[in-house]
Design a protein around this ligand. Structure first.
Ligand SMILES: NC(=O)c1ccc[n+]([C@@H]2O[C@H](COP(=O)([O-])OP(=O)(O)OC[C@H]3O[C@@H](n4cnc5c(N)ncnc54)[C@H](O)[C@@H]3O)[C@@H](O)[C@H]2O)c1
Ligand SMILES: O=C(O)CC[C@@H](O)C(=O)O
Length: 540
């Protein structure tokens, strides 16, 4: 049974899916913060939210249960992504569900500013028939500047063109060809557009680059009477500069849907003439809310039930086809990570992973995570497919990845080299058939061993009788050997070799001591791996 927490009001259509879904329990708890939020998050496997709740590092403190947070909307700025990743929580959003509604809202704000609609309406209902005071401006023939030509920016552009406006756009990722196809003029900087435009609308996330993007210095460069709109994120415009711009006449109007601190009921712009403000309503349409709730709930259920990751903002996506293609390799990667950490047995400061063959052409970020999860599993609680690479790097371990497209003996293989404290070990794995994980190399010696359950690895010099002696020791302690693989340097006997035994039971300490005492044995270690068919919770 998976438990889902609904943290904000979402459309009933999303709740209906939760009601109908088998093996899902849900609760709606809105308005949570502080300790109540922290303890609630630890009771559920997944949560869905809008912008009404803040998921901070503190609210995830001590969390051992939550696996996925879904934002029913675009902006995930109310979720601490680094803290979520560290805790192994996938953060997903529904990027397109509210695009059109938000573009329509931003456009409505621009029209409302141009034609003084809110102030004129207020004046009339208060008993005044004042037509002179509310002389407006036509948008047709005017120039609109758009900063941020992503999903919403592009929808705005097409609407503006339909209203016969000229559009100038700035976005570092917008090419001349794309601009021409959309029908806008691309500029290389925001400053370049400022003297040319009558309206400005921003559709970027709030980042260190966009915070205060339009401030006092920029208002010096604008055409007098510029009308500005923000339905993206509070903080992109400097509010004090906007107040000053309105007072000086540099600005002809300001329309805001978003604020630096929300809820916001107190702002120096409120009550000023030529200001239109709405309480973050961009996505508040029945259509958008239905779409983001339904999509968000599906994302959560899919992830919890199948491991499929879509629209994640903190981890590589894992669609069903890729998940099926990679499942065997995720399993092998996890197992060779576990084996390498145990065979190394000490502090690690370098890890290098090599993908060879067909797998080298795939997106291997999740496979890196699976391997790192294996490396860390015995020293860190909750290392999983989301957080392990980050946890490895946070421990100061240097991680590198190499891809070699040519095939070796197997169609694909994964090799890890782990170093630290003067010791380096290497382990290579492959998938046989559909999903049979195999160890195909250990410390440079080719072999073919099972990669599950209890293993005994012993490095030795390949002298006659050694395999027999090891077998006899296990026989005398009643431990059955299920499979044995030996790898040695070249074909000549006598040199260094490595043996891997797959055992049907625990290795008694006395048996281990007896094997260690054999002259030709240089190192021996038992290795614990998941049983045949057993998968980590994040892969099952
Ligand atoms: N008011 C609302 O209710 C509401 C609803 C939905 C989205 N939003 C907000 O609108 C914003 C845009 O959403 P979207 O879906 O279009 O996102 P998007 O990711 O599709 O587009 C954002 C664009 O901004 C561009 N960008 C980033 N940094 C930039 C910079 N420094 N200068 C210029 N361009 C830059 C990116 O290249 C990208 O093309 C987000 O902040 C989102 O949170 C608000
Ligand atoms: O949940 C909301 O209504 C706000 C949505 C919007 O700001 C977003 O980023 O998607």
């Amino acid at each position: 049974m998976h438990r889902i927490l609904v943290l904000d009001d979402i459309a009933q259509e999303g709740i209906d899916i939760l009601e109908a879904e088998a093996n899902i329990e849900y609760e709606v708890r809105t308005g949570l913060s502080g300790e109540a939020l922290r303890s609630a998050l630890n009771e559920f496997d997944g949560a869905i939210l809008r912008s009404g709740v803040k998921i901070t590092a503190e609210s995830l403190e001590g969390n051992t249960r939550m696996r996925a947070l879904v934002r029913a909307g675009v902006g995930t700025d109310n979720i601490d992504k680094a803290a979520s990743t560290r805790r192994g929580i996938v953060v997903m959003n529904t990027p397109a569900g509210n695009t059109v509604s938000t573009a329509e809202h931003a456009f409505a704000l621009m029209l409302a500013l141009s034609r003084n609609i809110p102030a004129a309406s207020q004046s009339l209902v208060e008993g005044r028939w004042d037509r002179k005071k509310f002389m407006g401006k036509q948008v047709a023939g005017k120039t609109l500047g758009i900063v941020g030509m992503g999903r919403i920016g592009r929808e705005i552009a097409s609407r503006a063109i339909a209203f016969e406006m000229n559009v100038i756009a700035f976005d570092p990722f917008l090419t001349d060809e794309q601009a021409a196809a959309i029908g806008v003029n691309r500029v290389a900087t925001v400053d370049e557009m400022l003297p040319q435009i009558d309206y400005l609308t921003v559709h970027t996330p709030l980042t260190p680059e966009t915070k205060g993007l339009i401030g006092h210095a920029q208002l010096e460069k604008v055409k007098p009477g510029l009308r500005v709109v923000n339905a993206a994120r509070g903080g992109i415009y400097d509010i004090n500069a906007l107040v000053e711009g309105l007072n000086s006449g540099k600005l002809g109007g300001v329309a805001l849907d978003v604020y630096e601190k929300e809820p916001c009921t107190d702002n120096p712009l409120f009550g000023m003439p030529n200001v239109v403000c709405t309480p973050h309503l961009g996505a508040s349409t029945e259509e958008a809310q239905t779409q983001v709730a339904v999509e968000g709930i599906h994302l959560l259920i899919k992830y919890l039930k199948t491991g499929e990751i879509r629209h994640s903002v903190n981890v590589a996506s894992l669609d069903p086809k890729t998940l099926e293609e990679l499942r065997g390799y995720l399993n092998v990667a996890h197992r060779i990570g576990l084996l390498a950490a145990q065979w190394h047995g000490g502090g690690i400061d370098q890890v290098s992973i090599t993908y060879r063959g067909e797998i080298a052409s795939k997106d291997t970020r999740v496979v890196n995570n699976a391997l790192c999860a294996g490396l860390l599993e015995r020293i860190v609680d909750d290392a999983n497919i989301v957080n392990s690479e980050m946890l490895v790097r946070e421990r100061g371990i240097e991680l590198s990845e190499e891809k070699r497209h040519e095939k070796g003996a197997f169609s694909s293989s994964i090799t890890v080299k782990v170093s630290g404290g003067g010791r380096t070990v290497t382990a290579g794995g492959a998938v046989l058939g559909q999903n049979m994980p195999r160890l195909i190399m250990l410390d440079g010696y080719r072999l073919e061993s099972f990669l599950d359950g209890k293993l005994l690895v012993f490095a030795h010099n390949d002298v006659p009788g050694i395999i027999g002696r090891v077998g006899t020791i296990f026989g005398s302690h009643g431990v059955n050997i299920a499979q044995m693989a030996v790898g040695r340097e070249g074909n000549a006997p006598g040199g260094p070799s490595i043996g891997v035994l797959s055992l049907d039971g625990e290795v008694p300490a006395e048996a281990l001591a007896e094997i260690e005492s054999i002259d030709a044995v240089t190192r021996v270690k038992t290795i614990d791996l998941p049983a045949v068919g057993e998968m980590p919770s994040w892969l099952s």
